[in-house]
Ligand binder design. Sequence first.
Ligand code: AMP
Ligand code: ZN
Ligand code: ZN
Length: 402
Amino acid sequence: MHKILRLFIVIWLTQGTSYAQYEALKPLTILISIDGFKPEYLNRGHSKTLLQLGEQGLLAKGLQSTFPSITFPNHYSIVTGLHADHHGIVNNTMYDPQIPNQVFMLSSPEAITNPKWWTEAEPIWITLSKHNKTASTLFWPGTEVSIQGKQPMDWLPYEHSMTSIQRVDKLLSWLDRPATQRADFVTLYFSEVDTVGHGFGPNSNEVNGAVQRVDDAIHRLIKGLEQMNLLKNTSLVIVSDHGMAEVPNQNQINGSQLTKQYPHLKWEWLGPLAGFQAPKEQRAEILKTLSTEPRMKCWEKSALPQSFNFGTHRRIPDIVCLADIGWTISANINNKTIPGQHGYNPNEQDMHGLLIVNGPRIKPQAIGIAQSIDVYLLLCELLSIPPHTNDASRALADLISH
Ligand code: AMP
Ligand code: ZN
Ligand code: ZN
């Protein structure tokens, strides 16, 4: 056991506080992501637990994601406080001239666990370990890979088929340990609201079912924490990485048709956010052709709007296109679209995510739209660790008491 901690316990015991009480007093910070959860889902009568946590704590009108409004870039911004340009995870799919034999894709565990993709940022669990604190992560992008030679104390390879309840039970088993072996920081990731939102659209009954199942899982977590006497010293930070927009089948932009006079071009990204590499001398002409499509905007990566904080990283293709909300850029418009999609301008209300913060240091309060990048400094504050270099503001960190 750490020397100072042992001394602290001895003083504690001699002052009449039992070890059992000490056990319960070690603060715990739990970061929960409900992928693709729109704040509007709270009003559908399937999220009693979340609403209660929001009423007793901080509830934001929405959480605006960093650009792009896509899972891996955003989750990594939340735990690094960096924009995608600075942490290097610029999309779920990436090509990198410095990693020539591999495509980064969510379906490729080899790529996701290759440290070469993850060298540019220090996620919070690494900073924590430098301050003798530990993390247990029930999934989070980046936890399956060795960064600076380190990983969280507990982690698992991503397993999509694990139910939300199973995820909670596994996490509770990691927390059911003496304080000295229990993590200071925990992550929990729920995928099913996003998966069902893609498959059936955000306004479907199926989404309501997924919202209910995740709410039940969070209720089980709270009860488990209560039983272990941990709840009163637990801070819960509940986020979602982006929202979800309905995409009617006819709302497809024919990407391959638009670039057919340039047969050497290959779309690296498709969907609401699309892009490809193009020789410098052809870019102006290509952009002119693309501008004939009124439902999307395209830029050279260096000319993307400043508010996106996106466009300097080598993994971003030369030309980047963004579809209007509810539209998608396809290679083959004969295929059916995915009914729910994200990746649009994070400014769009449909792309806003969820933010609920609940715990002993949070007063009940309703706030406006928060920025997901700022969650990082809130976490550092709750965990009492100095932040690593970051792009975040203290807007959220300053809302909690000391
Ligand atoms: P998106 O395509 O942006 O909707 O990404 C959501 C999907 O990312 C989920 O449905 C999961 O399949 C996948 N995913 C989320 N976290 C991880 C992870 N840690 N490792 C691998 N895949 C993940
Ligand atoms: Zn997502
Ligand atoms: Zn998704």
